[in-house]
Design a protein around this ligand. Structure first.
Ligand code: F0G
Length: 351
C-alpha cells in the first residue's frame, strides 16, 4: 500500500531541500482531480477540478507552507509571520505547531471568514486584526520581518512558490500531459505564478509535451491586474481574494502572456452562481473565492471563447466549510418535525 508522503518527499528532487533538511509536513498535496460532469457538458470539454480544499488545513496554502516552515526551521527561525485573508494564516499556524514555532498573523479586521479565524485561534497563533485591508497587512508584515527576528511566510517568500508548483506536477502526473487550459482564481497572484513555474519546469524536463494556457480570474471589485492599476479599496464577497495590489503582479502577467492566456474579472454574482453550481451539481463544496475559477470558465464559455474538445483543469483553492455563511444565506430554513415517520415522510415529499 502506498501512503502519500507530502509534497516535499514526493517531489524532493524538484524542491530546494537537502538530505539534511528537517521536513515539516502534514502530508499535504496528493489532492483529488475530480471529473466535472456538468461543467464538461456545459463547455463541450473535459473539465476537471483540482480540489485543493482536500489539503490538511483546507486550502492550497499547505503546499507552500510545508516548504516555507521547513526552510524557516532549517535556518533556525523561532517565529514566523504572515499577512493573510485567512487561509495563509490558518496554514502558517498549523505548520508552526508542527515545527514548534510561534506564529504571528496579521488579518484585515472584520474581513476574514469565521472558519479561518477559528483555525488560527485553535492552533495558537498570535493574531492581530489590522485596521486596513490585506495590502496594508502585507506592508506591515514585511516591515516587521525586516526589523525583528521573525521569518516572513507570505508568497513573497520564494520557497512558498516552489512548494505550490507541485500542484501542476500532480496534474501532469495524473493526466499524462498538461491540460490545454488551466483556470484559477487570482488574489495576491502567487498561485498562478507557481502553477506556471511547475508546468514550465515539467515540460522543459520532458515530463509533458506542452504547457497550458493560463486563465486567471479576479473578483470584479478587486481586479487590479485587469484594470491595470492598484485598487485602493478592494471589495468582493470572496474575502480570500479581496486584494488591491498583488505582490506577484508581474509574474501573473508573465504567466498570462507567455502562455497565451488571459486574466479577467468575474462579478460577485457570477462567483456565487458558480459556488452554488459546484455544490448543487458537482457535489464539490468550495469557498467563494475558489469558485472564481469556475465562474470565469463559464463566463468565457458564454462568450464563445472555449472551443469544445479541450482538456481543462480548474483549481478550486479552498474548502467550503471555511466560510459556510454563503451556503446558509438565502437557503430555506429546515423544517422541524415531531418524531413521527408519517409527518417526516410528508415533509420530505415521500408520502
Ligand atoms: N483562493 C483562496 C481560497 C485563497 O485563500 C487565495 C489567497 C486565493 C485563491 C488566491 O491565491 O493569492 O496566490 O493569487 N489567499 C491568501 C491568504 C491571500 O492570505 O490566504 P493567490
Amino acid at each position: 500500500t502506498h501512503q502519500w508522503r507530502g509534497i516535499i518527499e514526493e517531489y524532493r528532487d524538484r524542491l530546494p531541500v537537502t538530505a539534511d533538511t528537517p521536513v515539516v509536513t502534514l502530508m499535504e498535496g496528493g489532492t483529488p482531480l475530480v471529473p466535472a460532469q456538468v461543467l464538461s457538458e456545459r463547455t463541450g470539454c473535459d473539465v476537471r477540478l483540482k480540489v485543493e480544499g482536500a489539503n490538511p488545513t483546507g486550502s492550497f496554502k499547505d503546499r507552500g507552507m510545508t516548504m516555507a516552515i521547513t526552510r524557516a526551521k532549517e535556518e533556525g527561525a523561532q517565529a514566523v509571520i504572515c499577512a493573510s485573508t485567512g487561509n495563509t494564516s490558518a496554514s502558517a499556524a498549523a505548520y508552526a505547531v508542527r515545527a514548534g514555532m510561534v506564529s504571528a498573523v496579521l488579518v484585515p479586521q472584520g474581513k476574514i471568514a469565521l472558519g479561518k479565524m477559528g483555525q488560527a485561534l485553535v492552533h495558537g497563533a498570535r493574531i492581530l486584526q489590522v485596521d486596513g485591508n490585506f495590502d496594508d497587512c502585507l506592508t506591515l508584515a514585511r516591515a516587521l520581518s525586516e526589523k525583528y527576528p521573525v521569518a516572513l511566510v507570505n508568497s513573497v517568500n520564494p520557497v512558498r512558490i516552489e512548494g505550490q508548483k507541485t500542484a501542476a506536477f500532480e496534474i501532469v502526473d495524473a493526466l499524462g500531459d498538461a491540460p490545454d487550459i488551466h483556470v484559477l482564481p487570482v488574489g495576491n497572484a502567487g498561485n498562478i505564478t507557481a502553477y506556471w513555474r511547475g508546468y514550465r519546469e515539467y515540460s522543459a524536463d520532458g515530463m509533458s509535451t506542452r504547457n497550458p494556457r493560463m486563465w486567471g480570474f479576479q473578483a470584479a471589485g478587486s481586479a487590479p491586474i485587469v484594470n491595470g492599476a492598484p485598487v485602493l479599496k478592494p471589495q468582493t464577497i470572496a474575502t480570500a481574494i479581496r486584494i488591491g495590489n498583488p505582490a506577484s503582479w508581474e509574474f501573473a502577467e508573465a504567466a498570462r502572456d507567455e502562455s497565451g492566456g488571459l486574466i479577467e474579472a468575474v462579478t460577485d454574482r457570477q462567483i456565487l452562481a458558480a459556488y452554488r453550481l459546484l455544490a448543487a451539481q458537482e457535489g464539490v463544496f468550495v469557498e467563494p473565492a475558489s469558485a472564481a475559477s469556475v465562474a470565469g470558465l463559464l463566463k468565457a464559455a458564454d462568450e464563445g471563447k472555449v472551443d469544445p474538445g479541450q482538456r481543462i483543469v480548474c483549481t478550486v483553492t479552498g474548502n467550503g466549510l471555511k466560510d459556510p455563511d454563503w451556503a446558509v444565506a438565502g437557503a430555506p430554513q429546515p423544517l422541524t418535525v415531531p418524531v413521527d415517520a408519517d409527518a417526516a415522510a410528508e415533509q420530505l415529499g415521500l408520502a
